[in-house]
Design a protein around this ligand. Structure first.
Ligand code: NAD
Length: 557
């Protein structure tokens, strides 16, 4: 039985071919329609008696799901409900999530997914994704071949060492690849059967997990050095061989591995790191949108980062690439990016700097605190990515507002409780002049007769579209240019009315359409740079819209 659907007039196979019938069909989440199987389908597919007699519409099923989810007292219960639905009926899950993305994004991804990972072993119901441990060394190809589907196009892989801001969660980090891939489908339209979550369980140094009798990962300390590198290398090679068209997204690796692995593989295989490059792209989009308000070019900004980790360095690297594309030299562009880390200003006399910070260690006298750095460096933009709450004090925001008519203040640390300042503080302390964006959502702010609607620099604006663009073009590499073109495409989707309200990003409700535009921008780069393997089409955007998965039940007629 091959379920078929019609996409923009073109009949295509909607899901992998299946000869399943009866209970097997009901237990396959990609094929299951639950109570939406028609009487005729039930008769033909051996389903009679296996379902209550009434036939539901997908709309009625979605209504039932939503009512139950909304009745739950805690977001974590909602997360468990939705993941259980994903395990039973993927079409219905994606229907509910895509139609209520604003409400459900914080449940299926940050912040709730963090709690879901912390409690992974306790909440565990059914396995999802592939686990690879050092015991599988030499046989990772076989493990990948155990995955039931061949046409995998996006793999999200983590080693669980730095899950969100929560640190080392070992194998319990699997919630992240699962959640992230659900966003590839819900926001970008990547068909769910083309996605594969992977956890490289290389052990954990989290003693609480090692001591937890219910922990489901390898109960030993993390492997490091050569043994670790060889395992990752074997995984990357095996993924190329078994799923040659797949993009590999590295996710939530600790700093010391994230930069290294990206550096090692970005020019060899189709891969990227969302914590570094996706964050960079969504933040750059915020800067482009801010430029539409200030009238300044990107190359005129002076940016002070509070924090010098994956997010900060990733943003700066992409800003530098984008400034260079705009005519700056590398030296000029880099000289416009400054960093404060947990100790002091990152400057050339410091001897304690990690490798990834050194390129940005400009010549400057030592500066020990953020307020002094603002006064010394006179930034046009202040970007908080230290993970530390309340670092943008009233003095600091006021200093930014003294230096700039429209100071750019991005408080990107997550969750909300770690935000460098609140939206309300940014507007109040700058007399309503701050151009503000945050990592976690803030409610609209009423200030002196104006209503500000702060935008959230959510990575979900970028990676699903870039992934879709890679699929549509058959990209062999993911480049910085794709990310800054994605940022430009995102900023271009913000209306003047939204900018007027202080919002630097389009509404999340437009995510699928935004992703289609981002995909087209990324695919365009692949074609221009000779990185595409799919035939070029005249109307890239129409082709991408046609490729986007729609959560509609297939007909088994
Ligand atoms: P990271 O651990 O790689 O980096 C944190 C950096 O902050 C390190 O350089 C550290 O030295 C520095 N730091 C710590 N305490 C400090 C202090 N008191 N003063 C100055 N610097 C300090 O983490 P990351 O991946 O770069 O993420 C940082 C934050 O950014 C997190 O809160 C994360 O949630 C947030 N983030 C937001 C987005 C988004 O908004 N789209 C995306 C990614 C990360």
């Amino acid at each position: 039985m091959t379920p078929r659907t019609t996409v923009d007039g073109e009949v295509r196979t909607a899901q992998p071919e299946s000869a399943k019938r009866g209970a097997d069909l009901l237990h396959d989440p990609l094929l299951n329609k639950g109570t939406a199987f028609s009487r005729e389908e039930r008769l033909r597919l051996g389903l009679l008696g296996l379902l209550p007699p009434a036939v539901s519409t997908a709309e009625a099923q979605a209504e039932r799901v939503l009512r139950n989810v909304r009745k739950r007292p805690e977001d974590l219960d909602r997360y468990v409900d939705l993941l259980s639905l994903l395990d039973r009926n993927e079409t219905l899950f994606y229907k509910v999530v895509t139609e209520h993305i604003e409400e459900l994004l914080p449940i299926i991804y940050t912040p709730t997914v963090g709690k879901g990972c912390q409690l992974y072993a306790h909440l565990f119901r059914r396995s999802r994704g592939l686990f690879i441990t050092r015991q599988e060394k030499g046989m990772i190809r076989d493990v990948l071949r155990n995955w039931p589907r061949r046409d995998v196009r996006v793999i999200v892989v983590t080693d669980g060492e730095r899950i969100l801001g929560l640190g080392d969660l070992g194998a319990s980090g699997m919630g992240i690849p699962v959640g992230k891939l659900s966003l590839y489908t819900a926001c970008g339209g990547v068909p769910p059967w083309q996605t594969l979550p992977v956890t490289l369980d290389v052990g954990t140094n989290n003693q609480a997990l090692l001591d937890d009798p219910l922990y489901l990962g390898v109960r030993e300390k993390r492997i490091t050095g050569k043994e670790y590198d060889e395992l990752v290398a074997e995984f990357v090679d095996a993924a190329q061989e078994v799923f040659p068209k797949a993009l590999v997204q590295f996710e939530d690796f600790a700093n010391h591995n994230a930069f290294r692995l990206l550096h090692e593989y970005r020019d060899k295989v189709c891969c990227f790191n969302d914590d570094i490059q996706g964050t960079a792209s969504v933040t750059l989009a915020g800067l482009y949108s801010a430029g539409r308000i200030t009238g300044r070019r990107l190359s005129e900004e002076v940016i002070l980062f509070h924090g010098a980790g994956e997010a900060a360095i990733g943003i700066a690297d992409l800003v530098v690439s984008a400034m260079m594309a705009d005519g700056s030299t590398k030296k000029e562009a880099m000289s416009r990016c400054w960093f404060m880390d947990s100790k002091a200003l990152v400057e050339s006399a410091r001897k304690d700097l990690q490798e990834h910070k050194r390129p940005y260690a400009h010549k400057h006298k030592p500066v020990g605190d953020l307020l002094s750095a603002v006064k010394e460096l006179k930034p046009t933009a202040l970007i908080g990515v230290s993970g530390k709450a309340a670092q943008f004090t009233e003095d600091i925001v006021r200093a930014m507002a003294t230096l700039n008519d429209r100071p750019i203040v991005f408080a990107l640390s997550n969750p909300t409780s770690n935000s460098e300042c609140t939206a309300e503080q940014a507007y109040r302390w700058s007399s309503g002049r701050a151009i503000f964006a945050s990592g976690s959502p803030f409610a609209p702010v009423d200030f002196e007769g104006r209503r500000f609607v702060p935008g959230q620099g959510n990575n979900a604006y970028i990676f699903p579209g870039v992934g879709m663009g890679a699929i549509a073009s058959g990209a062999t590499r993911i480049t910085d240019e794709m990310f800054f073109e994605a940022a430009r495409a995102l900023a271009a989707r913000v209306s003047s009315a939204e900018l007027e309200r202080g919002c630097l990003y389009p509404p999340l409700t437009q995510l699928r359409e935004v992703s289609a535009h981002i995909a087209a921008a990324a695919a365009q780069v692949a074609y221009q740079r000779g990185l595409a393997t799919e035939p070029r089409t005249k109307n890239l955007l129409a082709r991408i819209r046609g490729l986007q998965y729609k959560p509609e039940y297939p007909s088994y007629a």
